[in-house]
Design a protein around this ligand. Structure first.
Ligand code: FRU
Length: 477
C-alpha cells in the first residue's frame, strides 16, 4: 500500500457512498469515512477556521495516521477538504501523528509528529517520534519541510507538538514519556525551523501518569493553563473513570522561567468520551477548545456503519473567580437554533411525560428548581438508553447510558450544591450528548447509540415531585 493523498482521496470517495448514516453527526465534525481521533492544527487562517484531525481513511480502525481536513466559517458548518498529510515521507512513514498549526505571515504552518520505526515495529526500542514541519500558502496543499526536532536521546514517546508565539519568539511544547514519567518539554525558535531545547516545562510526580499526550499551554485571565491528556492515572472514586483523562494544571509562567503550579490536576469533562482537546484563538480573542468525543478502546459501534469517531462542539474557555476552567458552547453554536419548542410542564410527580416523539439535532434547556423538588430522581430520558438526572440522595447530576447490545453501560456524574437551582443545556446529535451544567460549571460528554425508532425524550420524577422553571428544546439546523 502506497500511502499518498490521492490514494486516500480515492478510497474515501468510494467508502463515503457506502456509509450508513443512522449515527453520523448532523452538526459535529466527523471523517467522511474511516477512522478519526484527535483534533489537530485548529487555527483561523485566511478567513476560515481550519480543523485537521487524526485520520485513517482505509478502515474504521486506527492505522497509519493521515491528517484529515475541514474548514468552516462558523465552527459548526464544516466543509470537507482533501486529506492534508499522508504518511509518505521517511520522517513519518508509520504515521503523521498529532500536532498544531500556526499562521506565519502569509503561510499556514503545520507542526506534527513523524512516527516511525527503524526496523521491527513490534519492538518499542525501534520507535522514533520526531517533530516535522509542513507549510502551505493556500491552506489546502502542504509542502513537507521535513524534521525540525529530533527525538531526545534515549526517548521513544515524544509527540503532539503545540506551537505558539510570544513577542518575536516561537515556542513549542511536546508531550513525552521519560521512563515512567509523563512530561512536557519546551523548545524555542525564531523561524519555526531551528529549535532550541528549553528544558522540561513540567512533569508528573508519582501517580500523575506515565505519558502526557497532547499538551497545550495558554493564558486565560492572566493565568497560564497547561492542558494535557495524561495516560496512567488510576481511577479514584468519581474521578479519572475513563481509560485516559484530559484536564489541566493552572499556574504562573514567564519565558525563561519555570512553570509554577497552583493546585493539582483537574479533569475537564466528566462524561465517558472526551480526549485530546486542543485550543485555538478566534480573531476576536476567544480561547476555544475542541476535543475528540470518544475514548481509546471504547467499542465505537458506528464502525459497522463505515466510520468511527467524531469531534466535540467548539467550547469557549474562561476562568471563574475561584480559578476553575469553565467551558461553554461557543456562541456560534446558537446560530444553529431553528424552531423553539417550549415544554409546558412545571411539575413532574411520580411519572414520566414524553415531550418529543423523535428527537434529532436538538439543544434542550432545563432549569430545575432543586430547592422545591422532593423527588429522589428527576431528569430527562432519551430512548431506552440514556438518562440525565438529579440523584437527590447522592446530590449528584448523573449521566447514565445503557446500551448492553454494544457493551456500553454505566454512569458518570458531577456533584451538586444542595438547594441550588440547576440549569442545563443538553446538545443531542445522532450519536452524542454534551451536557453543560450551570453555565460553565461542569460538562459531561458521551457517545450514545439510540435505535432509529427510539429517540423519544421524556421528563421524569420518581419518589416525589420535581419543579421546572424553564423547559424546552431548540431544533438545530
Ligand atoms: C492521542 C494520541 C496522540 C498521538 C495520536 C495518534 O489520542 O495517542 O498522542 O499523536 O493520538 O493517533
Amino acid at each position: 500500500m502506497m500511502y499518498t493523498i490521492s490514494n486516500a482521496e480515492q478510497e474515501l470517495q468510494a467508502k463515503r457512498e457506502a456509509l450508513n448514516v443512522r449515527w453520523y453527526p448532523r452538526y459535529h465534525l466527523a471523517a467522511r469515512a474511516g477512522w478519526m481521533n484527535d483534533p489537530n492544527g485548529l487555527v483561523w487562517f485566511d478567513g476560515w477556521y481550519h480543523a485537521f484531525y487524526q485520520h485513517h481513511p482505509y478502515s474504521t480502525e486506527w492505522g497509519p495516521m493521515h491528517w484529515g481536513h475541514a474548514r468552516s466559517k462558523d465552527l459548526v458548518h464544516w466543509e470537507h477538504l482533501p486529506v492534508a498529510l499522508a504518511p509518505e515521507g521517511p520522517e513519518d512513514k508509520d504515521g503523521c501523528f498529532s500536532g498544531s498549526a500556526v499562521v506565519n505571515g502569509d503561510t499556514l504552518a503545520l507542526i506534527y509528529t513523524g512516527h516511525k520505526f527503524h526496523g521491527d515495529p513490534g519492538d518499542e526500542a525501534n520507535l522514533y517520534q520526531v517533530q516535522c514541519l509542513a507549510t502551505s500558502r493556500d491552506g489546502i496543499h502542504f509542502e513537507r519541510q521535513g524534521i525540525v526536532v529530533e527525538t531526545p536521546a534515549g526517548m521513544h514517546h515524544f509527540r503532539d507538538p503545540k506551537v505558539w508565539r510570544e513577542g518575536d519568539v516561537w515556542y513549542m511544547i511536546v508531550g513525552a514519556r521519560d521512563g515512567d514519567t509523563g512530561q512536557v518539554r519546551l523548545y524555542r525558535s525564531a523561524d519555526l525551523r531551528q529549535w532550541h531545547d528549553a528544558g522540561v516545562l513540567d512533569e508528573a510526580e508519582k501517580e500523575m501518569g506515565y505519558m502526557w499526550e497532547c499538551p497545550d499551554f495558554f493564558t486565560l485571565n492572566g493565568k497560564r493553563v497547561l492542558m494535557f491528556s495524561p495516560q496512567g492515572l488510576a481511577a479514584n472514586g468519581y474521578q479519572n473513570r475513563n481509560l485516559f483523562q484530559s484536564g489541566y494544571l493552572l499556574g504562573e509562567w514567564q519565558p525563561g522561567q519555570a512553570f509554577v503550579r497552583e493546585g493539582g490536576f483537574v479533569e475537564m469533562d466528566h462524561g465517558h468520551d472526551f480526549y485530546a482537546p486542543q485550543s485555538f484563538l478566534t480573531p476576536d480573542g476567544r480561547r476555544i477548545v475542541i476535543g475528540w468525543l470518544d475514548m481509546w478502546e471504547s467499542p465505537l459501534p458506528e464502525k459497522q456503519d463505515g466510520w468511527a469517531g467524531m469531534l466535540s462542539l467548539p467550547r469557549e474557555l474562561s476562568l471563574s473567580a475561584d480559578n476553575r476552567l469553565q467551558m461553554r458552547p461557543a456562541k456560534e453554536v446558537e446560530g444553529m437554533r431553528g424552531a423553539w419548542f417550549p415544554w409546558p410542564v412545571t411539575t413532574v410527580k411520580n411519572q414520566q411525560i414524553v415531550m418529543m416523539e423523535n428527537g434529532g439535532a436538538l439543544e434542550v434547556i432545563l432549569h430545575w428548581d432543586c430547592a422545591n423538588s422532593s423527588a429522589e430522581q428527576y431528569g430527562l430520558r432519551f430512548g431506552d438508553g440514556l438518562r440525565v438526572y438529579v440523584d437527590a440522595q447522592m446530590q449528584r447530576l448523573v449521566l447514565e447510558r445503557h446500551y448492553p447490545q454494544f457493551g456500553l453501560c454505566g454512569m458518570r456524574s458531577v456533584p451538586l450544591t444542595e438547594g441550588k437551582a440547576l440549569t442545563l443545556r443538553l446538545f443531542f446529535d445522532s450519536s452524542s450528548v454534551e451536557v453543560f451544567v450551570n453555565d460553565g460549571e461542569a460538562c459531561l460528554s458521551s457517545r450514545i447509540y439510540p435505535d432509529a425508532d427510539r429517540r423519544d425524550l421524556a421528563l421524569f420524577a420518581w419518589s416525589g415531585s420535581a419543579v421546572l422553571t424553564e423547559a424546552g428544546a431548540w431544533q438545530l439546523e
